[in-house]
Design a protein around this ligand. Structure first.
Ligand SMILES: Nc1ncnc2c1ncn2[C@@H]1O[C@H](COP(=O)(O)OP(=O)(O)OP(=O)(O)O)[C@@H](O)[C@H]1O
Length: 297
């Protein structure tokens, strides 16, 4: 049985269909990413998973339970960190953690959790006085305080500085090592590529791709990137005409051709045929970022 099951989920706000037939499953211990443009329906989807919204149609299960009908039991299984959460301004970090721990029968070790999230030096600071990144870390701590079997993390690292971002990624990896299932909404491609076992790309309320990060990169039109110094004798038009070439641009003094293996082969033949050389030639795999831009509108 999958830990999280979403089948044919639809949810509209008035006339607007925010989620339009989304399906995916997340296995126990898996880190599953949801990517997609602003307004694609990602938050609405995870709010339905968390039982915070009632679907118009479709089926959602967490640990085999209906998150709306079995809300209390699902709350014990599933920790949730959502965007734009708020707490009472006067509550300190310690008080917030105690309060949330009191909702659970077997809460996590608060001190260890605070230390893991770099909050131990801020335990007596009131919520209103925390920086954006500290608030974000507190919400991650609150999502994990019930020692959940699964956790929803929506834009986990937004607002975090680079070090806190890396630490948070390490934390998510340690959750996987503990067998916790993670449903992660993100706009950060590096985060998705590093952390996720599988990814669903959602666009306009529908799943447009569902695969491993490597599978998504491979499936996109631009699987390879050829780049070299822009002072070459090659014309942009002849590069654009190479088989599989998706894009030719010049940036930071380099010509960049995105395409496929066929593009790379044809490029090498072109150099030989024209008997020209280029400086600083590099052939790299496309990143998830490149693939994502191919797959969304
Ligand atoms: N409470 C609401 N009332 C009305 N419309 C809403 C509400 N919440 C979301 N929407 C609309 O539903 C659509 C999907 O929103 P949602 O927040 O699920 O998208 P998202 O993919 O999470 O976007 P983002 O990346 O910007 O967070 C958007 O068009 C949004 O304007």
């Amino acid at each position: 049985m999958p830990m999280i099951e979403v089948r044919d989920l639809s949810k509209a706000y008035g006339e607007r269909k925010a989620v339009d037939g989304v399906s995916f499953t997340v296995d126990e211990g898996e880190i599953f990413g949801i990517l997609g443009p602003n307004g694609a329906g990602k938050t609405t989807t995870v709010e339905c998973v968390a039982g915070l919204r009632t679907p118009d149609a479709g089926r959602v299960r967490v640990g085999g339970l209906d998150p709306v009908a079995d809300h209390d039991r699902v709350t014990r299984l599933l920790g949730v960190q959502l965007q734009q959460s708020e707490l009472q301004a006067k509550l300190t970090v310690r008080e917030a953690m105690e309060l949330y721990a009191s909702f659970h029968e077997r809460p996590a070790d608060r001190r260890a959790l605070a230390a893991r999230l770099g909050l131990d030096a801020h335990l007596d600071v009131r919520f209103a006085r925390l920086s954006g990144g500290q608030k974000q870390r507190l919400f991650i701590a609150l999502a994990l305080i019930g020692d959940p079997r699964a956790v929803v993390l929506d834009e986990l690292t937004t607002g975090l500085d680079p070090r806190a971002r890396r630490d948070t990624w390490d934390l998510v990896e340690s959750l996987r090592a503990d067998g916790v299932t993670v449903l992660l909404v993100t706009h950060v491609m590096e985060e998705a590529q590093r952390l996720c076992d599988r990814i669903a790309v959602i666009d306009r309320g529908r799943v447009t791709a569902l695969d491993t990060p490597a599978g998504i990169i491979g499936r996109a039109a631009t699987a390879r990137v050829v780049s070299f110094a822009a002072d070459s004798p090659l014309e942009a038009a002849e590069l654009a005409a190479l088989p599989g070439a998706a894009d030719v641009t010049t940036r930071e003094g380099r010509t960049v051709v995105t395409g496929t293996d066929a593009t790379v082969d044809a490029f090498v033949s072109l150099l030989a045929r024209r008997a020209v050389t280029v400086r600083g030639l590099r052939v790299t795999d496309a990143t998830l970022d490149d693939a994502y831009l191919d797959l969304t509108t």
